[in-house]
Design a protein around this ligand. Structure first.
Ligand code: PTJ
Length: 243
């Protein structure tokens, strides 16, 4: 039992949830190390949505707004941390949701689908095909889902699929606390923020979006500039850390 007045209460509750989800087979064991790395980066940005993250979230909303067929790709960590946020994202944007796993088993797909559906999401189903030129199981996608998406939102991604999707001409939006990760650098747009903070920011921006604002945001953004701004915010946070 974690005492609610513990100074790191939220962080400890989230760790406990991820550990339980790992025991239940929803989160891959490797997902726990991915979470640890993210926690470290979250410390560095001050555990808050920075100005550049808020700007990136508005651009993400604009890209989704303009997309013909946006798909939110969900893995084990994303389902364990943010199933409700994913369901709300779908309700507001009308996107498809597909479960796509690096450590793929049918049992994990079923469990993750159930967690999303319990929160009210509709999850695409069907027979996957090797739609992406990759050697591992992330190649397996639904032809009517990621296979035909023009935009794929890939939170907590592991790099090579992002690159392959970009080479296929798709728009890739990622949410990743690590501004230096391969995904962060290869994506069309990276929101350097914690998943459960970033998704609601994108939803909020989407709700107020107009076609003209979407045009302005999409034509004016530069992912490298946003990543450099995120790094500058980390440096500023560090320089104030012990004041
Ligand atoms: O469920 P599976 O089988 O698809 O596997 C999922 C994992 C996460 C194990 C797999 O995708 C993986 O190994 O990912 P990586 O290469 O560790 O990359 C995950 C990225 O997401 C890292 O750069 C982390 O910093 C980032 N990340 C992890 N948790 C969060 C996060 N970014 C934002 N918010 C988080 N909560």
């Amino acid at each position: 039992m974690i005492p609610p007045d513990h100074p790191r209460y939220r962080s400890l509750v989230i760790r406990e949830r991820l550990a339980r989800c790992a025991r239940e087979g929803v989160v891959a064991l490797e997902g726990l190390t991915a979470h640890g790395r993210a926690e470290a980066f979250d410390y560095l940005i001050g555990e808050r949505s920075t100005a550049s993250a808020r700007e990136a979230a508005r651009v993400a909303a604009a890209l989704v707004y303009q997309a013909r067929h946006p798909v939110l790709s969900v893995n084990g960590n994303t389902a364990a941390l943010a199933a409700a946020e994913c369901a709300l994202f779908q309700e507001v944007t009308g996107c498809d949701i597909e479960v796509n796993l690096f450590h793929r088993t049918e049992e994990r797909i079923t469990r993750i689908t159930r967690i999303l559906e319990d929160e009210g999401a509709t999850v695409l189903k069907g027979t996957p095909e090797r739609c992406i030129p990759l050697q591992h199981d992330r190649a397996l996608c639904l032809p009517h889902g990621i296979g035909s998406a023009d935009l794929v939102l890939v939170p907590l991604e592991d790099g090579d699929r992002c690159e392959a999707l970009r080479e296929m001409g798709r728009t890739v939006v990622t949410i990743d606390l690590n501004p230096l990760s391969r995904t962060a650098r290869k994506a069309s747009l990276t929101v350097v923020d914690e998943l459960t903070r970033a998704l609601p920011l994108i939803v909020e921006a989407y709700r107020g979006m107009s076609p003209a604002e979407a045009d302005t945001l999409v034509s004016g953004y530069d992912n490298t500039y946003l990543l450099k701004a995120a790094i500058a915010e980390i440096v500023r946070e560090l320089s104030r850390a012990l004041d």
